[in-house]
Design a protein around this ligand. Structure first.
Ligand SMILES: [Zn+2]
Length: 325
């Protein structure tokens, strides 16, 4: 079961242990759960609700209360904005009205608002009044990807809990348990920046693994500038330019890790290519290349043609490689 594995990793986070200790010592009435990965926040919300209502007090996921939470049918758990869109003031009004009605199954009522950083200003101000004088037994959880987008006044009323990115090893373990695919798990762990939800997305995407393989082939197929045209004749790269650049950037970053003796020991599949390639690049070259990729990403975001952006980047990479030899 997917959730069990995801939860297993979340249970070990500092964020969860903070919440657990609040549940036993007295729960706050307002929390901000800060994490750039929406999916991680969603799973954290479910786990938090299980922890708050579990009949065995250990978020067992199997008791009737946990099962209700997991099936979205617990009468005292309210989840708002699952689509992660803008939350307007009318929705906040509805939430507040319902918050003053006594809980059906317990003394506690929990409101989980996804992407609360996308609440309009008006909506945030409306919610603020309730956070200042909350109804008894009610706790609000605001999931945010971008903390800076919430009003300072809201932040000052909430306990802010950050979910730190997971390590590559943790991401690999979770994704591997779920997918049973070693290579996909490796790619996901290397390319997700420690964001588990994003890692699952990557592992489930056929095109991403195709782009990843193509990026890895750069190191074997492009030894000199005259190889670039043939390499780019496969349109996978240009059509997925954004993913390609972010993968390439991570690969070069990984190569720095190998150079500094901090790289992971990966011997299988397309990943071993990076380790080997790191021997061909000087450290200064690697740093300059990462900068060049960031430049290319910027050009892409300005809608410059992907073909020419990538072509000139690849030329640039080879140039830098030889310059610092
Ligand atoms: Zn339970």
């Amino acid at each position: 079961m997917i959730k069990t594995d995801f939860f297993g990793a979340l249970k070990k986070t500092r964020a969860f242990s903070i919440l657990k200790s609040d549940i036993s010592n007295g729960m706050g009435h307002a929390y901000i759960i800060n994490c750039p990965d929406e999916e991680t926040v969603k799973e954290f919300f479910l786990l938090a609700a299980c922890a708050a209502f579990c009949e065995r007090k250990d978020e067992c996921l199997f008791c009737p209360s946990c099962v209700k939470v997991l099936n979205n049918s617990h009468a005292d758990v309210f989840t708002v904005n699952e689509e992660g869109k803008t939350v307007k003031v009318d929705e906040v009004k509805r939430i507040i009205e319902s918050a003053y009605i006594k809980g059906l199954e317990s003394e506690r009522k929990l409101y989980f608002i996804n992407r609360a950083d996308l609440m309009t200003r008006e909506a945030q101000n409306k919610l603020l009044k309730t956070l200042e004088e909350p109804p008894l037994g009610v706790s609000f959880f605001l999931g945010v990807s971008n903390l800076a987008a919430t009003l300072e006044t809201i932040r000052s009323r909430c306990r802010i809990i950050n979910i730190e990115p997971f390590s590559k090893e943790e991401v690999f373990d979770v994704v591997y348990k779920i997918t049973n695919d070693k290579e996909a798990s490796n790619i996901a762990s290397l390319c997700s920046n420690g964001l588990l939800g994003h890692a699952m997305e990557i592992a489930g995407s056929e095109i991403y693994s195709k782009v990843y393989k193509k990026a890895g082939q750069f190191f074997t197929d492009c030894k000199k500038t005259s190889d670039i045209a043939a390499y780019l004749s496969d349109k996978t790269i240009v059509q997925n330019a954004k993913d390609f650049l972010s993968i390439l950037s991570l690969m070069f970053y990984d190569m720095i890790c190998y150079k500094e003796g901090k790289g992971r020991d990966i011997s299988d599949g397309s990943l071993s290519v990076i380790k080997t390639a790191s021997e061909e690049y000087g450290l200064k070259a690697l740093c300059e290349i990462i900068f060049k990729i960031a430049e290319a990403e910027m050009k892409l975001s300005l809608n410059l043609g992907a073909q020419s952006v990538i072509e000139s980047l690849l030329f640039g990479i080879l140039e830098v490689k030889y310059k610092w030899r």
